[in-house]
Design a binder for this molecule. Structure first.
Ligand SMILES: Nc1ncnc2c1ncn2[C@@H]1O[C@H](COP(=O)(O)OP(=O)(O)O)[C@@H](O)[C@H]1O
Ligand SMILES: [Mg+2]
Length: 365
């Protein structure tokens, strides 16, 4: 899938912009605060998700204006589609001028993978960052997953509330069991999907990391089920084990007033040359590992839904050394790539790319 052209109106600092993108690498360059990330943000919105920068849609509208509009012409495997998103007090999306029920109806249709400097926290940060990475990636592939997550979070909140009250109200034990059943039911669905996803991601990220580092180092990943047995593999097995663990940890959980087992405690461990990348990786290795995970995510999308996501790389060039920049500019094959950068890369380093210089929300060259 590629974006052939993009149109923005009153979107953040961009009053009006029209650009024809090339199917390979597109480089958006310019000084700070000119609107480069705003363009990436607009492209991201076609995934059907909220912005990666603000949860409130009204922030996307240019100061002093009432509404914004973004439109893109997509060329997918099967057809050409014009998708438009009108943003006012809420988002309204249409495909070939037919209004969709909600923005989430776009989920999975025009997938994208975004990589920005903050994704370094995928490696450096705590387990919550990596669970979020898995959850967002799996949501793009499997709409039922978002539902399971929502139900799980609800049950978790309810169980945690009960854990605080139960010492004064022993009659609440029945209710506790009910929420534990929900946690086990939806928790098993979540764990299973994450395990399957990590299995797919494993070999892909290894290969990509090889490409980035010229095969000198190895990368491996593993889903760590904090409390469950490695061997639990079927949904039923995971559900039974979760049920049992929740029962076993009840006393302890009442003391700490928190739920200590379940997928909200799991992690994705990333190893470089067999050692934890979080604890031992150099800055460069961590950056490359994060990039490999994100490009692996793009490849899984391609394999599962048969459509190439757009690869959005915001502000990552300056953080990479020359060899890794070369990988980003010339070796991400088979995807449309949009890169933002303060400096334009020397054109002799590019095999196939189009450049856009942005100044004050306008394309100036
Ligand atoms: N709703 C808005 N209306 C007008 N300008 C905005 C809005 N939101 C952000 N901006 C402006 O957009 C600019 C930042 O654009 P951004 O794309 O992040 O820059 P960069 O080129 O560094 O990536 C800032 O000048 C900011 O004030
Ligand atoms: Mg930026």
């Amino acid at each position: 899938m590629i974006v052939e052209s993009l149109f923005l109106k009153n979107f953040r600092n961009i009053e009006e912009l029209e650009a024809d993108l090339c199917p390979e690498v597109n480089i958006i360059y310019g000084k700070n605060a000119q609107g480069k990330t705003n363009i990436v943000e607009a492209l991201w919105l076609f995934t059907g998700y909220k912005s990666f920068r603000s949860s409130r849609d009204c922030e996307l509208i240019m100061f002093g204006k009432e509404s914004a509009k973004i439109r893109a012409d997509f060329k997918t495997n099967s057809r050409n589609v014009t998708c438009e998103i009108a943003i006012s007090d809420k988002r309204k999306c249409s495909k070939n001028s037919i209004l969709l029920q909600s923005p989430s109806a776009l989920t999975g249709e025009y997938p994208a993978t975004l990589f920005s400097p903050s994704h370094l926290y995928l490696i450096k940060g705590g387990p919550a960052e990596r669970r979020r990475f898995l959850d967002i990636a799996i949501c793009q592939l499997s709409p039922g997953y978002a539902h399971a997550l929502k139900k799980y979070k609800m049950a978790l909140t309810q169980r945690n509330i009960l854990l605080k009250d139960i010492q004064y109200h022993s009659e609440l034990y029945d209710t506790l069991e009910m929420w534990e059943a929900q946690l086990a039911l939806f928790g098993a669905k979540i764990v299973l999907k994450r395990l399957k996803y990590v299995d797919l991601l494993k070999s892909l990220t290894q290969e990509i990391y090889d490409g980035i580092c010229g095969g000198k180092e190895s990368l491996s990943i593993m889903y760590l089920m904090g409390s469950l047995h490695e061997k639990s593999r079927s949904e039923q097995e995971i559900k039974e084990e979760l049920t049992e663990k929740l029962k076993q940890t009840r006393k302890e959980d009442i003391l700490i007033k928190n739920t200590s087992v379940g997928p909200h405690r799991d992690d994705l461990i990333v190893y470089i040359n067999g050692k934890s990348a979080r604890s031992y990786g150099s800055q460069g290795q961590q950056r490359s590992a994060a990039l490999a995970l994100k490009l692996g995510e793009a490849q899984v999308i391609r394999e599962i839904i048969g459509e190439n996501p757009i690869v959005l790389l915001d502000d990552v060039m300056s953080e990479l050394d020359y060899k890794r920049q070369d990988y980003v500019l010339n070796k991400i094959k088979g995807y449309q790539v949009v890169i933002t950068s303060c400096e334009p890369p020397q054109s002799k380093r590019l095999t196939c790319a189009k450049m856009f210089q942005i100044s004050d929300g306008r394309v100036v060259s």
